[in-house]
Write a protein that binds this ligand. Structure first.
Ligand code: NAD
Ligand code: TDX
Length: 336
């Protein structure tokens, strides 16, 4: 049995990871440490509640005493760190909490893990640490780190810190850098769920700039399977890019969502661009494919339809979210 501290497991990717992994494996004992910020939602984990190999702890990864207590109490030997402030626009409105959680929090986890002789520490990172691409080329693991937003610079800082633990102490760190995820349970501040919910409500769809920025999309389950593979078989001290080679412009995605829902393109509204908006992300995932045999299973055209369906069928889930504090953020970000 592996005692694994999974942080941020009540968020989008972490909850999909826990729900999926507990179905697949009976040798993982998961302790989910989550602060339940605006983005953390225990409803995401309904299917895992009651599983004897799952324990939830509400708390902050920056809290040394709590983290120390948990390592001791649960004999933690493995860590998968999903916990983060994850939204670029929020980081532009204020960077403080991004550095608290993403950098200081990761440091607390690394320091404590080292003291408790943790056998593997997987840092869940992002392709945004590489910065922006021009019209051609792909991010490889050798691309230099060049983040442009407060969010991505906090994630890059965490990556550098994690890697320094490997170099300095021989501490067994692994880093994954994935491209944009989509799928069920994603908080509706991110592009795809925001556009689905606005379309369903016949609200305007705010497109930043000219809508031609490119993101490389991956279904969340493909990301999580890759994380599990790197966790099990990856070489420590290494970075693994994860991506499904599904590049799309934002406007293409938005039109596709409107089309799936049978809504008019008149809902599209071009708005002021995001400051420092990265033009294009695209991942070269040949390392994880060749070394570990991973490959993505979900095609964008099919999984986006599944995702839209999920939001249509889970109105209760998102209605509770958008009726709360999220409204204040929406007003600040979009002015209405
Ligand atoms: P999310 O915002 O949906 O979830 C983050 C979770 O972390 C929430 O449950 C929140 O409550 C928790 N959390 C935040 N601060 C915390 C703290 N101080 N202590 C404990 N818990 C805390 O994010 P997500 O989209 O699921 O992303 C998960 C991870 O994957 C992040 O590290 C993110 O940088 C990375 N990532 C995301 C994407 C993407 O497209 N969403 C792509 C690549 C990498
Ligand atoms: O209202 C919007 N209008 C718009 O045009 C929003 C919210 C976004 N966009 C654009 C900005 C980006 O070009 O859509 C694209 C995607 O935006 P986000 O969903 O905010 O994602 P992004 O900034 O690309 O970052 C995401 O992928 C990498 C995640 O939020 C990060 O956590 C992850 O690391």
């Amino acid at each position: 049995m592996k005692n694994i501290l999974v942080t941020g497991g009540a968020g989008f990717i972490g909850s999909n990871f826990i729900n999926h992994i507990l179905d697949e494996r009976d040798d993982y004992n998961i302790i989910n440490l989550d602060k339940l910020t605006y983005a953390g939602n225990l409803e995401n984990l309904k299917s895992s509640e009651g599983n004897k190999n799952y324990h939830f702890v509400k708390g902050d990864i920056t809290n040394h005493e709590l983290v120390d207590y948990l390592f001791n109490q649960y004999n933690i030997k493995y860590v998968i760190n999903f916990a983060a402030e994850s939204h670029v626009d929020r980081s532009i409105l204020g960077s403080e909490v991004f550095f608290q959680t993403n950098v200081i929090g990761t440091n607390v986890l690394l320091e404590t893990s080292r003291r408790y002789d943790v056998e593997k520490f997987l840092q869940v990172s992002t392709d945004e640490v590489y910065g922006s691409l021009g019209e051609t080329g792909l991010f490889t693991e050798k691309t230099s780190i060049s983040p442009n937003s407060p969010y991505s610079s906090s994630k890059a800082s965490a990556d550098l810190l994690a890697m320094s633990f490997y170099e300095t102490y021989g501490f067994p760190v692994l880093i994954t850098r994935c491209s944009n995820n989509y799928g069920p349970l994603q908080f509706p501040e991110k592009l795809i769920p925001l556009m689905i919910l606005n379309s369903l409500a016949d609200k305007k769809l705010p497109v930043y700039g000219d809508g031609l920025n490119v993101r490389d999309w991956i279904y969340v389950i493909d990301h999580n399977k890759a994380i599990d593979l790197v966790f099990e078989k990856g070489r420590v001290g290494e970075v693994y890019n994860i991506g499904a080679s599904q590049e799309m412009t934002n406007i293409e995605i938005i039109k596709l969502v409107l089309n799936i829902l049978g809504k008019s393109e008149d809902l599209i509204e071009f708005v002021k661009d995001r400051p420092g908006h990265d033009r294009r992300y695209a991942i070269d995932s040949s390392k994880i494919q060749n070394e570990l045999g991973w490959k993505p299973e979900y095609k964008f055209e099919e999984a986006i339809v599944k995702t839209v369906e999920w939001y249509k069928e889970n109105k209760n889930w998102w209605e509770r979210i958008i009726s709360g504090a999220y409204q204040d953020y929406y007003k600040t970000q979009y002015g209405k």
